[in-house]
Design a binder for this molecule. Structure first.
Ligand code: URA
Length: 215
């Protein structure tokens, strides 16, 4: 994806630690247990970036030495919404950093022929409109499922939505950015293209299978 094609809503988190860990994850010889651990570590680093502009306020506290007005997160705890099943891999590391977050789940699978999303589960906190929402889905491929999930969350009232994925294809970035220009997209890398089966190339294969050892 040429620099000029990048939508303004895209944030590529190209920190050396993220890129190093991503290279290890891409390697087809990396076993599932290591893959899962690396994903957990990268998601913590992505969580750090996506939380950078969360609203803040101050609170009066007493340190052992003095009273002070200290910065603290404002408003209700955020919600992390995992797109099943691969989203759960990103969720773990996010929760390491933000343990009080509320959690939502959206069950979607891609119809292998049409590549369109099919919903089989949807459960999110009732007051989602009052909370920042971070959608997690490791592979932003066609962008169909992710766009659909964001659309459903907005229907439920979500206003502040951010997307975190590990890897993205240019097609997916364009789709989400055009359908949801208000949603910032955080990713570790934007790869070359999609193949005929909707897989990201060079990518890392099927994230769910590699995470759960199902192939
Ligand atoms: N989902 C995956 O797990 N991998 C891809 O490359 C694309 C979608």
């Amino acid at each position: 994806m040429a620099e000029t094609d990048l939508p303004k809503s895209l944030v590529v988190v190209d920190h050396p630690l993220v890129l190093h860990k991503l290279t290890l994850m891409r390697d087809k010889n990396t076993p599932s247990a290591v893959f899962r651990q690396l994903l957990r570590e990268i998601s913590l680093l992505l969580a750090y970036e996506v939380a950078r502009d969360l609203p803040m306020t101050t609170q009066t506290i007493e340190t052992p030495l003095a009273e002070m007005e200290a910065p603290i997160l404002k408003g209700k705890k955020l919600v992390i919404v995992s797109i099943l099943r691969a989203g759960n891999g990103l969720l773990e590391g996010m929760l390491d950093l933000m343990p009080s977050a509320r959690i939502g789940h959206i069950g979607l699978y891609r119809d292998p022929v049409t590549l369109q999303p099919v919903e089989y589960y949807f459960k999110v906190p009732a007051d989602i409109e009052e909370r920042p929402v971070i959608v997690v889905d490791p592979m932003l491929a066609t962008g169909n499922s992710t766009s659909y999930a964001i659309h459903k969350l907005k229907e439920k009232g979500a206003k502040d939505v951010r997307l975190v994925c590990l890897l993205a294809a240019p097609e997916g970035v364009r789709r989400v950015a055009s359908q949801h220009p208000d949603v910032p997209i955080y990713t570790a890398a934007v790869d070359r293209c999609l193949n005929d089966h909707g897989y990201i190339v060079p990518g890392l294969g099927d994230a769910g299978d590699r995470m759960f050892g199902t192939k």
